[in-house]
Design a protein around this ligand. Structure first.
Ligand code: BTN
Length: 248
């Protein structure tokens, strides 16, 4: 990963750029990185604030030999790789929140957006977009996010961190996890994801398009769906939405 790197001072979205590169046949592992994004995208069509000089916005082009139905595994893979990386900065306090947030002390430090192109043959390519709040300060966030988001700098004593070091570390960790995923499948990844998420046994609520699902988490499916058991003992799978852990 990162044999070919496209660097931009500003771009609409690194995911869009990587998607176009995929379309024109760029090799697997090609990455796009930008100092700022004018149209940074989040999950569920939300915008992703992307000011210059502060954070990491990068997208990785992958061509995994997997079925489209299990592509959400790549989001989980990226989450685990980011957690591996950030654990070297904040040992023990990195937590994954299903499906794709990386948190420190309950606040979001990284978001992941996976998009793919499929054809009759299955997956053509996948773009894994990763945004990490690196040096942005609490007060720079829009007010509505201030209590929900944090940055690596704010969590590590306030010193400016090298975005280059982080980017290199990120590509190394994604490469390591991806190689193991291709060789051994989803199993080891699921274990690591569940360890970082510490969510099994927790009561949660998930809201998606005004529908609420509630229950105790019992596991993580191959598809990347969260498996719940509701109050009546029925099992339910949650494929998308915003999850909140309920206090017992
Ligand atoms: C989310 O948590 O909603 C996902 C946020 C993903 C943001 C990253 S920043 C790099 C890449 N380019 C984008 O436009 N989005 C992703």
């Amino acid at each position: 990963i990162g044999r070919t790197v496209h660097v931009y001072p500003e771009i609409d979205s690194t995911n869009s750029a990587a998607f176009s590169l995929g379309h024109s046949g760029a090799e697997e592992g090609t990455v796009v990185i930008a100092d700022s994004q004018s149209q940074g995208r989040g999950r569920l069509r939300r915008p992703w604030q992307s000011p210059p000089g502060r954070n990491l916005y990068t997208s990785i082009l992958l061509k995994p030999p997997i079925e489209p139905a299990v592509a959400p595994q790549l989001t989980l893979l990226a989450g685990v790789a980011v957690a591996d990386l950030l654990s070297t900065y904040c040992p023990g306090s990195i937590r994954l929140k299903w499906p794709n947030d990386v948190q420190i002390e309950g606040k979001k430090v990284c978001g992941i957006l996976t998009e793919m192109r499929t054809s009759g043959h299955g997956i053509d390519y996948v773009v894994v977009g990763i945004g990490i709040n690196v040096n942005i300060r609490k007060d720079d966030f829009d007010e509505s996010f201030r209590n929900l988001a944090t940055s690596l700098r704010d969590e590590t004593g306030g010193r400016m961190l090298s975005r280059l070091d982080l980017a290199v570390g990120l590509y190394e960790h994604v490469e390591r996890r991806y190689a193991r995923y291709l060789a051994e499948g989803f199993g080891p990844l699921r274990e690591s994801w569940l360890q970082y998420a510490r969510i099994v046994g927790e009561p949660i609520e998930v809201i998606f398009r005004d529908e609420l699902q509630a229950g105790e988490v019992i596991g993580l499916e191959e598809s990347g769906a969260l498996l719940l058991r509701d109050d009546d003992g029925r099992e339910a799978r949650v494929l998308a939405g915003d999850a909140t852990v309920k206090k017992k």
